[in-house]
Design a protein around this ligand. Structure first.
Ligand SMILES: C[S@@+](CC[C@H](N)C(=O)[O-])C[C@H]1O[C@@H](n2cnc3c(N)ncnc32)[C@H](O)[C@@H]1O
Length: 432
């Protein structure tokens, strides 16, 4: 929980980072500027913890405010939430915690709010029962309703698992070291780990910064969620296949393709520029080793005339299967944005299908648990095309869907991902 001692600098930076999130920036982008700061671990921890518990912290604070929280200065609201998070989860004595928050708000230049912050946080009671469903599951009501409608059997576990701390999962690069040898390295350094149902994937039980794990420089592992590791093997590429990794940034799956199909030519495309790969240094190296094209795949591109034997479409989506890792999504994602994603996903799959060679296959994947971004995209697409067979998929865990496979967020396990495999065939009236 909030383990660190109160630290003004960290709280001030976290307040600013949360303000940017409230203004619509993704949390990772918002934290980017503190990456090299010695306060980064604390700032990042405070932001993640506060956002993971945003709705219950907000409800308890609202009970103590004598105004509507939306009328408060957003930075003041951010600091109140950080304070509530510290009072909720840390063992720091209340007086020290509150004094520290008051000093922090002054450092942010909001001195006029200090007495209100002092008064509210002194009354904050972390045992006050929460009333609202949204606080129980730390999600907006529309998301809870949507999950309950689409997953009547799994809704409770999905909702409960969404608030858990996610595991640190590694994909061992078996071209460089065997899983057994890597586990021995972890044992030598007394790092606890657990094997998983996915070959070559292990969970580190007391998460550390990946740079401090053995073999970081040697490329012995990549940090990659368990479900995310399931997509690339579905490509089942032959060595002569040219693989298109569409929507490739920041290169997590490009790296896996390189490791699994080392002989293949890989072309990675994304709308983002490669140079902004600030966060995953080793993936950046991989994106440099292969052809990387910056292009908007909904428009004309320089590779439109190429034909590929395998296409991985890791489509942009709501990220609703990864709320534990990206708790800011629950503040940013709306029903409208899910619809917008669905439109983009439809455009991307249609465009990329034209670039798939007959006999070749496409893996469509998202880290979403909403059918609108998954089976419903495929259903629409199948209705428009006759040159497709939808191939069955069975994976080590998850559930079969009408057109593919869905994993759902597991306790101490993997994220929610969707997978679908489509093969391109000649239409009945065309010769092979
Ligand atoms: C789920 S992420 C891809 C993650 C990546 N495959 C990996 O494993 O590291 C989706 C990506 O789609 C990209 N994207 C969104 N719209 C796009 C477009 N119109 N053309 C190309 N890429 C797009 C985003 O920039 C984002 O990097």
């Amino acid at each position: 929980m909030c383990s660190s001692k109160p630290n003004h600098s960290a709280t001030v930076l976290a307040g600013r980072a949360l303000l940017r999130v409230f203004n619509g920036q993704p949390l990772e982008t918002s934290l980017q500027r503190y990456r090299e700061s010695k306060h980064y671990p604390n700032v990042s921890f405070l932001c993640f913890q506060t956002l993971r518990h945003y709705f219950s912290l907000a409800e308890r604070l609202r009970m103590l405010l004598n105004c509507n929280h939306t009328t408060l200065d957003r930075e003041v609201w951010a600091v109140l939430l950080i304070g509530a998070c510290q009072l909720q989860f840390s063992s720091t004595p209340r007086a020290a915690c509150v004094n520290h928050l008051v000093e922090s708000i002054k450092k942010l230049g909001k001195t006029s709010a200090s007495s209100m912050i002092n008064a509210v946080l002194r009354k904050y009671d972390n045992t006050t029962p929460i009333q609202e469903n949204t606080s129980k599951y730390e999600l907006p009501n529309w998301t809870i309703d949507w999950i309950q409608t689409e997953y009547p059997l799994h809704a409770v576990s999905i909702l409960e698992n969404n608030t858990q701390h996610p595991p640190l999962t590694l994909r061992i690069n078996v071209n460089e070291i065997s899983v057994q040898e890597y586990c021995a390295l972890l044992e030598e350094q007394q790092i606890e780990f657990a094997k998983t149902v996915v070959p070559n994937a292990i969970n580190v039980l007391n998460p550390k910064r990946m740079q401090t794990l053995p073999g970081f420089e040697e490329d012995y592992f990549a940090v990659q969620d368990l479900s995310s590791q399931l997509a690339v093997p579905l490509l089942a590429s032959l060595p002569s296949d040219i693989i298109l990794d569409a929507c490739a940034f920041p290169g997590v799956k490009t790296r896996q393709i390189r490791d699994l199909y080392p002989q293949n030519q890989i072309i990675s495309v994304d709308i983002k520029t490669r140079c902004s790969t600030w966060n995953i240094r080793t993936n950046d190296n991989v994106l440099h080793e292969h052809t990387y094209i910056q292009a908007d795949l909904t428009n004309e591109t320089e590779i439109d005339d190429m034909r590929f034997q395998r296409i991985l479409l890791d489509a942009p989506c709501s990220g609703s299967g990864t709320l534990r890792r990206h708790p800011d999504i629950k503040l940013h994602c709306t029903m409208e944005s899910v619809k917008e994603n669905a439109e983009l996903q439809g455009k991307l799959i249609r465009k990329l299908w034209k670039m798939l060679e007959y006999g070749g296959s496409m893996i469509y994947t998202t880290c979403s648990i909403f059918h609108a971004e998954n089976d419903e995209i495929i259903e629409c697409f199948l209705m428009e095309h006759q040159d497709i067979t939808n191939e069955a998929i069975t994976l080590p865990y998850g559930v079969s869907t009408k057109y593919g496979w869905q994993t759902i967020p597991q306790k101490d396990g993997s994220d929610g991902f969707y997978f679908c495999k489509l093969r391109k065939i000649k239409k009945n009236n065309e010769c092979m």
